[in-house]
Design a protein. Structure first.
Lengths: 184, 385
């Protein structure tokens, strides 16, 4: 298989790192693939730019960082501005259409979805925003299967959050449905 | 979990270290949380009370290290975890553990220094501090790892070495390995060897000499505050543990502290090797940098370049013989590390041609990349940038 190099970025508190862990854990534990997740962050607990790298492959992953992502997720303008120049030509940019206005000059497919608004309207709060993004990401890349993601979510969260997570994941999948990643 | 079942999880290096420590039988942790090692304290705070162990968050790192010494003397397998600034503070009590021969494990998840440095960024600048951070002639064991499964294994090994040789063992991880997540497979208890505390067979009421070696050189212990009364000190001491200024006893003690590890460097050496059989260029690396080095080596092999990697897991005592052997036929030797050449200088000291040893490093808090490595090697090999 081709290597999937994800760079997930946003601001501290949005759940970027959690989303990355869930994705990588699903690939590694549920799908039997190899994955490595790492992160780069500043000293802030909230705010500040957050970045997490996930590599998924079927051969051993040595260098654990992503230098040129083929999938970039940007959840703030700051993150988009910082990481857009890194994306591989032909790569995919997934961004939140309410929070991010990405620049024009990139040779990548851009898919903007109102994930933040959808989470807020459907669930009344935005705590599961990252799970909605995960749903869209999984739907567009098809790197792991949705039932596998649901298993990981149930394993990692207390039962009180299962329903909201399932809803948020489904929201992301629905939003991404009309789109597809046109790979070379 | 049934006895035979393997526990598979997706965890950080810091959690793998905790799992390894628990597997090895750790019962006591004292520490002061610091990035990027905090998860070790956090998880042991949850796990140790569940198994009847103790977790204490102390007022600082000095007290933490002293508490670890006390707990170990009293019979518990004990550890602490910190990063650069805390490691500096622990040095005095690490020296005490060396002198009093107290088994313990000190984890340093390295970040960029000196001082508070770059708290959330990676570096490997504490290699020499692990060796010579505490004053006076002594020897010490320091180990490291580049992947999550290796962190687990090396942590168990660290506890085994600490118990076998009655010494502090330093685990020098780094921010990348500490925070990176990968799959971890924990084998059933009993599958990996665990060295238990060697207790004295001297009966209650009979004189016990805490520093009288057995035939094989090992020093059986008695839980402090338990069946035997004995003295422990940081001063030069005799077989009773009482201070001595006798030149013969002083000489013998220092030689013992140094020789018990330096003479066993070959037994303490742990390493991994990749494509060394016919390698013209040998890379030497350790910790997270070794991942970048191996990435480079595998890429080179695909293009027909004969590069190989020696990944060191034991840094101290420095495995001189191993490095000499593995580099004997190399045209060039490259040491990949994230400091100003702390292991490079060791390598230069043991090879026949030190001018053929080149440092490939990175000092900006980022993990050295395979392309950093590639560009330097191309120049040295005369292939141009």
């Amino acid at each position: 298989m081709e290597r999937y190099r994800f760079l997930l970025s946003g601001s501290g508190g949005q759940g970027v790192i959690t989303m990355a862990i869930l994705l990588a854990e699903t690939a590694s534990i549920q799908e039997g693939l190899m994955s490595v997740q790492s992160q780069s962050y500043g000293p802030e607990a909230r705010g500040g730019a957050t970045r997490s790298d996930v590599i998924v492959a079927d051969t051993p992953i040595l260098f654990p960082k992503v230098t040129q992502p083929n999938i970039l997720v940007a959840l703030t303008n700051e993150a988009a501005a910082k990481y857009l120049p890194l994306i591989r030509p032909g790569g995919l940019l997934l961004y939140d259409s309410e929070l991010v206005q990405p620049g024009e000059r990139i040779d990548a497919q851009r898919i903007g979805l109102p994930m933040y608004r959808a989470t807020r309207e459907k669930l009344g709060r935005t705590v599961a925003f990252n799970i909605c993004v995960l749903g869209a990401l999984v739907s567009l890349t098809e790197i792991v299967r949705l039932p596998s993601v649901r298993k990981t979510l149930e394993k990692n969260f207390v039962p009180a959050h299962h329903e909201a997570n399932k809803t948020a994941l489904g929201l992301g999948v629905e939003l991404a449905k009309p789109h597809s990643w046109d790979r070379y | 979990m049934s006895k035979k079942e393997r526990n598979i999880s997706f965890v950080q290096g810091n959690e793998a270290c905790v799992r390894g420590a628990l597997y090895a039988g750790v019962k006591f942790f004292a520490g002061y949380p610091i990035t990027p090692s905090t998860e070790i304290a956090e998880q042991l705070a949850r796990e140790l009370p569940r198994i009847g162990g103790s977790f204490i968050q102390m007022e600082d790192e000095i007290a933490s290290m002293c508490a670890v010494c006390g707990a170990s003397l009293a019979g518990s397998k004990a550890m602490t975890a910190t990063s650069g600034p805390g490691f500096s503070l622990k040095q005095e009590a690490i020296g005490y553990a060396v002198m009093a021969e107290i088994p313990c494990v000190v984890v340093n998840v390295q970040r960029a220094g000196p001082s508070t440095g770059l708290p959330t960024k990676a570096a490997q600048g504490d290699v020499n501090q692990a060796r010579w951070g505490t004053h006076g002639d002594h020897s010490i064991i320091a180990m490291t790892a580049s992947g999550i499964q290796d962190v687990f294994n090396v942590t168990i090994e660290a506890f085994n070495f600490a118990e076998t040789y009655r010494t502090p063992v330093i685990l020098l991880f780094d921010e990348v390995v500490g925070h990176m997540r990968e799959k971890l497979v924990i084998p059933p208890q009993g599958e990996l060897p665990v060295v238990e505390r060697l207790k004295t067979s001297v009966k209650v009421g009979v004189n016990y000499h805490p520093y009288l070696p057995r035939e094989d050189g090992r020093l059986p212990m008695s839980d402090y505050g338990g069946e035997h009364r004995f003295h422990v000190t940081g001063l030069y001491h005799n077989i009773w543990g009482f201070p001595t200024e006798n030149p013969d006893e002083s000489h013998r003690l220092l030689r013992h502290l140094v020789d018990k590890l330096e003479n066993r460097a070959h037994l303490l050496a742990r390493w991994k090797e990749h494509h060394l059989e016919d390698a013209e260029s040998v890379l030497i690396s350790y910790g997270s940098s070794a991942r970048s080095a191996l990435h480079h080596v595998e890429g080179c092999r695909a293009k027909g370049h004969r590069h190989g990697l020696l990944e060191l897991q034991t840094l101290w005592p420095f495995p001189k013989q191993l490095v000499r052997e593995k580099t004997a036929r190399a045209r060039h030797v490259f040491v990949v590390e994230m400091n100003m050449g702390q292991i490079t200088s060791q390598v230069k000291a043991v090879v026949d041609d030190p001018d053929n040893v080149f440092l490939i490093n990175r000092l900006d808090g980022s993990l050295v990349t395979p392309s950093d490595i590639e560009s330097i090697i191309r120049v040295v090999e005369g292939r141009g940038v």
